[in-house]
Design a protein around this ligand. Structure first.
Ligand SMILES: *[C@@H]1O[C@H](CO)[C@@H](O)[C@H](O)[C@H]1NC(C)=O
Ligand SMILES: *[C@@H]1O[C@H](CO)[C@@H](O)[C@H](O)[C@H]1NC(C)=O
Ligand SMILES: *[C@@H]1O[C@H](CO)[C@@H](O)[C@H](O)[C@H]1NC(C)=O
Length: 528
């Protein structure tokens, strides 16, 4: 081969490589999570520097600014602080704006809200507008996220481009509950960190932030009804005021993310007694909460009453896992109470959980409990209970066979604090394993990845969550028939999404290796 021809080939190969690097993907649809249906063409559009939002034809008035603010955020993550100052060649098609038609005027976010959308980007038109149609504003938010992933900065033209128009994307989630747990008891997470986690969730369309607020180690949240509870915080400043909690919930709701609040009773509650020592069985045996004392249930009632003013999600999480009842039998006062009421320790555990459930229901909540409650006395649980799996696989099938609802978080696959749990394992973990009956399948509300806080804090939470949580997010969003049968075949697309997270300021770790591992060698983000 002549050296000039060889040089040309090398240059061509390099150009193809660069295109892939810019996210054009050489034929791959570079969206994460993959939508339910995608059709596209071959035309490249330029995107206006001054992209317009039009809501003509909507029944939705955007009184809270949810759509307007989401649109501004979308433009910001598309531009990524590049200087967009190229000039538009005469006659080339320029996308002038996005027209959003939202059918429902209702902007209340809650469980089961319609999140579907249709996004079309035509290749011709004057003026040329992308079109989003959605039942609710929250579907429109997902559409804007998808739209943002179609756009790229063109380094030669210094403009934003949109490739492969025309696009027609129809999309809706497979599961209504797509969660991420954060734990602010083992380590305090500052409010801006929680907000950045919420922002990052929207990029992969997760919709529930499960806030494991308190545990044995610390009680960071102000509870107006019992103002000494947050004496159990680690320090004066590692706390959230009640107003901070309101702010976090509103911040999340504006982004289509529900906040699920948890108090984990009767175990995992030692910190409560710092402010109110009578919640402890004794000064030397401090948990579980004293089952024999009515004050315990008054405090739970006060907390849930305060919660109901700010946490508007349909569910509250009451924990109920890992209850070691030995303090109840070794404390003479409680032991005689048990005898008087004809209860052994397991009866008392059940009594506690069911009484706490009744209190939560009286405040308008459906309850979520960790799976031990089901494993020990599933037939006694209130029918409004959602059982939260964590110990292992094979639980959901038993829960739904018993007619209860379930959320899947089996720790071997979906615990982010398990650094040896790989993204491939996150991707392949199927919530409907061994569940074939369509009625029973509907009882699986979805799943949740859990970022327990023992070994993370503000310094490394994001790289421990991402990109593994995104792998689970596609499992929970995308129709099962469109999911890869083998995780290896989505590596390049997930790597590209991981780079996108980095570009957007999220400290997502490389894919290769274990959770939160450092890059192993110099090289492109796309190959790590
Ligand atoms: C684009 O911005 C750069 C840096 O701000 C500037 O040097 C350049 O002249 C600008 N080009 C145009 C066409 O405005
Ligand atoms: C239960 O708690 C008691 C008292 O705190 C402790 O001695 C015992 O080891 C615990 N049991 C388990 C299984 O953790
Ligand atoms: C506790 O008592 C119940 C009957 O009230 C009984 O079915 C159960 O086996 C007992 N559990 C233990 C651990 O003794």
């Amino acid at each position: 081969m002549a050296s000039a021809a060889r040089l040309l080939l090398v240059l061509l190969a390099a150009a193809v490589g660069l295109c892939a690097g810019a996210g054009r993907g050489g034929g791959r649809v570079d969206l994460w999570p993959m939508p339910a249906s995608v059709a596209r063409g071959a035309q490249t559009l330029l995107v206006s520097k001054d992209l317009k939002l039009s809501t003509a034809g909507s029944s939705y008035t955007d009184g809270k600014g949810i759509l307007r603010e989401a649109f501004q955020r979308m433009v910001a993550v598309v531009e990524l602080d590049h200087v967009i100052n190229g000039s538009y060649p005469r006659g080339s098609p320029v996308l002038a704006g996005v027209r959003v038609v939202v059918r429902s005027p209702n902007d209340e976010l809650n469980f089961g809200v319609d999140e579907s959308y249709k996004l079309s980007v035509p290749a011709t038109g004057n003026p040329l507008y992308a079109q989003i149609e959605a039942q609710t504003v929250f579907g429109a938010l997902h559409a804007l996220e998808t739209f943002s992933q179609l756009c790229n900065f063109d380094f030669n033209a210094r403009l934003i481009e949109l490739h492969s128009a025309p696009w027609t994307i129809m999309d809706m989630p497979r599961f209504p509950y797509r969660g991420l747990l954060i734990d602010t008891s083992r380590h305090y997470l500052p409010v801006p960190v929680i907000k950045s986690v919420i922002d990052s969730m929207t990029f992969s369309k997760l919709n529930v932030l499960h806030w494991h607020i308190v545990d044995e180690e610390s009680f960071p949240l102000q509870i107006p009804s019992y103002p000494k509870l947050w004496n159990g915080a680690y320090s004066y400043s590692e706390r959230y005021t009640f107003d901070d909690a309101i702010d976090i919930v509103q911040y999340a709701e504006k982004r289509g993310v529900n906040v699920l609040a948890e108090i984990d009773v009767p175990g995992h509650a030692l910190s409560w007694g710092v402010g109110y020592p009578s919640l402890w069985p004794s000064a030397t045996c401090k948990e579980p909460l004293d089952v024999s004392n009515d004050f315990t249930f008054q405090v739970i009632n006060g907390i849930l009453s305060d919660f109901s003013k700010i946490f508007k999600f349909k569910f509250v999480h009451l924990g109920g896992d890992e209850v070691n009842t030995s303090c109840w039998t070794t404390t003479p006062r409680i032991k005689s109470w048990l005898i008087k009421h004809g209860m052994n320790e397991s009866d008392a555990y059940r009594y506690f959980v069911l009484r706490a459930q009744k209190i939560a229901i009286s405040h308008g909540y459906d309850i979520i409990n960790w799976e031990e409650t089901f494993n020990n006395f599933g037939d006694k649980l209130d029918r409004k209970t959602v059982v939260h799996n964590w110990l292992g696989s094979g639980v959901a099938e038993k829960v739904v066979a018993a007619g209860l609802r379930c959320i899947v978080s089996n720790q071997d696959k979906w615990y982010l604090d398990h650094l040896d749990a790989t993204w491939e394992g996150f991707y392949m973990n199927e919530p409907l394993t061994n569940i074939y009956n369509p009625q029973q399948q509907k009882l699986v509300l979805g799943g949740e990845v859990c970022m327990w806080g023992e070994h993370i804090d503000a310094s490394d939470i994001q790289q421990t969550i991402w990109p593994r949580a995104a792998a689970a997010a596609e499992r929970l969003w995308t129709p099962i028939e469109k999911l890869a049968k083998d995780a290896g075949s989505v590596t390049a697309r997930l790597a590209r999404f991981r780079c996108l997270l980095n570009q957007r300021g999220v400290a997502a770790a490389p894919l290769a290796g274990y959770g939160r591992s450092a890059p192993s060698d110099p090289g492109s983000c796309l190959r790590q």
